[in-house]
Design a protein around this ligand. Structure first.
Ligand code: PAF
Length: 286
């Protein structure tokens, strides 16, 4: 068991952060739900580029799971998470108790419009972004860090959090960090552990479909027809696609053609009982 420092309450967090600030050190926050993998550790490394101190939060937030989703079985691996945080020289883990986040009588919800109602993840998980926005607003307030880093893997989430921070005048700068992938292209995710061996073998088809669609759209192929072929390819690989769409990269607005870009492709698809999401930028060929 590592002796990596963990605090569980807001006063304890703030006392540690005060020590850092008194030394003139900048603070970066990396909010997570734990079950840390190399993708999370790359967020810690990105955070380190912006601040002397990196604080990682670990909290499996019930409010962002729908009633039929995996809150109960979501992997909880705190001891090994702490070892991983020590291995990348993070400075502190904030693993708040349920009471520290949702004390008795808690009655506030943060509802973001705009990117949270883009008809992508929100179509399939209607209460998800309210749960995310509420907990992230709390974590940002609790820490009042200089920067906070979120993965581009959850691209819609990143835009929702940037919108939230702007709208509520939260002073923490919200930064996105690129998705880390397995050697075969599968985006790293804590939920990949749910995949059976056969599903794991099929899973890289999601990135492959996005990659091929991004290449073709970047080369000038018609967007709708290309995405229809990508969706069919996903079906052939054993996925049940929820959506695969081309949207404006900054607003998630629907686009009519390449000139409406910059374009981000976003996809979600179910493989057996596991739902995977991924996204990719379209870069235009010269
Ligand atoms: O991306 C996640 O892990 C979660 O949605 C977050 C941002 C930590 C909020 O619970």
């Amino acid at each position: 068991m590592t002796d990596f420092p963990v605090v569980e309450s807001v006063p304890a967090l703030r006392a540690r952060l005060k020590d850092f600030r008194n030394k003139g050190e900048k603070i970066a926050l990396v909010p997570t739900m734990g079950a840390l993998h190399d993708g999370h550790l790359s967020l810690v490394q990105e955070a380190r580029r912006h601040a002397e101190r990196v604080v990682v939060t670990i909290f499996v937030n019930p409010a962002q799971f729908g009633p039929s989703e995996d809150f109960a079985k979501y992997p909880r691996t705190l001891p090994s998470d702490l070892e991983k945080l020590a291995s990348v020289q993070a400075d502190l883990c904030f693993a708040p108790t349920m009471e520290a986040v949702y004390p008795p009588g808690f009655s506030t919800r943060v509802e973001v419009d705009g990117p949270a109602r883009a008809d992508l993840e929100d179509r399939f998980r209607p209460t998800h972004f309210c749960g995310v926005a509420t907990v992230v607003a709390k974590l940002l307030n609790q820490a009042q860090a200089d920067v906070a880093v979120f993965g581009e893997k959850d691209y819609q989430q990143l835009l929702v959090i940037q919108r939230l921070a702007r709208d509520l005048d939260i002073a923490t700068e919200i930064l996105g960090a690129p998705t880390l992938r397995e050697a075969d292209g599968l985006a790293m995710s804590s939920r990949n552990v749910y995949l059976s061996k056969a599903e794991r073998a099929a899973a890289p088809a999601l990135y492959a479909a996005l990659n091929e669609a991004a290449r073709l759209i970047g080369a000038g192929e018609a967007i709708e027809a290309t995405l229809a072929r990508a969706s069919a390819a996903l079906g052939e690989a054993g996925f049940l696609p929820d959506y695969i769409e081309a949207r404006h990269a900054k607003t998630l607005a629907r686009i009519a053609g390449r000139r409406d870009g910059p374009i981000r492709l976003l996809a979600a698809a179910r493989l057996g009982a596991t739902r995977l999401i991924d996204n990719l930028a379209v870069t235009h060929e010269a």
